[in-house]
Design a protein around this ligand. Structure first.
Ligand SMILES: C=C1C[C@]23C[C@@]1(O)CC[C@H]2[C@@]12CC[C@H](O)[C@@](C)(C(=O)O1)[C@H]2[C@@H]3C(=O)O
Ligand SMILES: O=C(O)CCC(=O)C(=O)O
Ligand SMILES: [Fe+2]
Length: 334
């Protein structure tokens, strides 16, 4: 018996664990997109937390459920069927392995490229073997998501009084925008009890490299964000809302006024969590640099000059939890 639980423990602890945290993120900024104060609330939230929740977004619950149900259908397929859509190289089905550098989590997922040009040019950009129904729903979701993200980026630009209000959104509207979409499934882990009170990591802590990410999930908890004081708080689930994350690129474009938010997902022993995240990224050749109209007189960029392609290449050499922006920060030592 001891030997059996030891084996289970060894298997599980290859995937990292963390100490339980009991704090709930009660101050979560909730932005009603139809309210006049939405712009100010978004900018405040991006500065304070790099994170906010959006309601009144115009997506119907029926559509969201349809996509979620179709994704669940995929994850219920036999393992050998799901593997036909993998490996995620970088797009396709993945199980436990996250990225190319040895990160693991209690999660399986589908990663989709959303750039039509790349999809038509490279077989590596296609997620093979998924049903036509799932592919259509993903396409519809991504195009509606793109519109919402552009609207939010325009609200941010207006509130920050950036001259052209499409300065940020045009990078996502661009047909070469290097955005992607991910559906994660965190299966229940009945052996969790063997971890003597520790939590099992579904998706390890990290910041997203893109400009902005938008997630939603079924009504199951697990998502946590790291506050400025370094404490982890649990985000109460809400299947009818979207959760926005500031990514590294937007941190640079605002010269550090917005902070990319560190987040992670914990697994459950008895319930399964399904999440879908859209990652809004710029075209590969776009320079990621602070927006000139945002800079005060004499203010210098905190970052070296780089393109999204350079940042992405560098990001894919890192481990999930690494501080990927560090390499691109200007040295503060005189
Ligand atoms: C460990 C890794 C997985 C990741 C690529 C990376 O090398 C570092 C960034 C990771 C991340 C986090 C946000 C998104 O989920 C993601 C698709 C992305 O663009 O960067 C993942 C990458 C991945 O899962 O391939
Ligand atoms: O599953 C989630 O809610 C978040 C996952 C995540 O952070 C990611 O895929 O980058
Ligand atoms: Fe993430």
């Amino acid at each position: 018996m001891v030997a059996v639980s030891q084996i289970i423990l060894d298997n599980l602890t290859r995937i990292r664990t963390c100490k339980p945290t009991s704090s709930i993120f009660t101050e979560i900024p909730v932005v009603d997109l139809s309210e006049p104060d939405a712009k100010a609330m978004i900018v405040d939230a991006c500065q304070e937390f790099g994170f906010f929740k959006v309601i009144n977004h115009g997506f119907s619950m029926e559509f969201l459920t349809k996509l979620e149900d179709e994704a669940v259908k995929f994850f219920k397929l036999p393992q050998s069927e799901k593997e036909k859509s993998g490996p995620p190289n970088p797009f396709g089905y993945g199980n436990k392995q996250i990225g190319p550098n040895g990160d693991v989590g209690w999660v399986e997922y589908l990663l989709f490229c959303t750039n039509p040009e790349l999809i038509s040019q490279s077989p590596k950009a296609i997620c093979p073997g998924i049903s036509e129904n799932l592919r259509c729903l993903v396409n519809d979701y991504v195009s509606a998501m793109k519109s919402m993200v552009c609207k939010v980026l325009e609200m941010i630009a207006e509130e920050l009084q950036i001259e052209a209000s499409d300065t940020l959104s045009k990078t996502i509207k661009d047909e070469k925008s290097d955005s992607c979409f991910r559906i994660n499934h965190y299966p229940p882990c009945p052996q969790l009890g063997a971890l003597s009170g520790r939590n099992l990591i579904g998706f390890g802590e990290h910041t997203d490299p893109q400009m902005i990410s938008v997630g939603r999930s079924n009504n199951t908890s697990g998502l946590q964000i790291c506050l400025r004081d370094g404490s982890w708080v649990s985000v109460p689930p809400d299947n009818s809302s979207f959760f926005f994350n500031v990514g590294d690129s937007l941190q640079v474009m605002t010269n550090g006024r917005f902070k990319s938010v560190k987040h992670r997902v914990l697994a459950h022993d008895s319930s399964s969590r399904v999440s879908m995240i859209y990652f809004g990224g710029p075209p590969l050749n776009q320079k990621i640099t602070p927006l000139s109209s945002l800079m005060e007189e004499g203010e210098e960029s905190l970052y070296k000059e780089f393109t999204w392609s350079e940042y992405k290449k560098s990001a894919y050499k890192t481990r999930l939890g690494d501080n990927r922006l560090k390499l691109f920060e200007k040295s503060t030592v005189n």
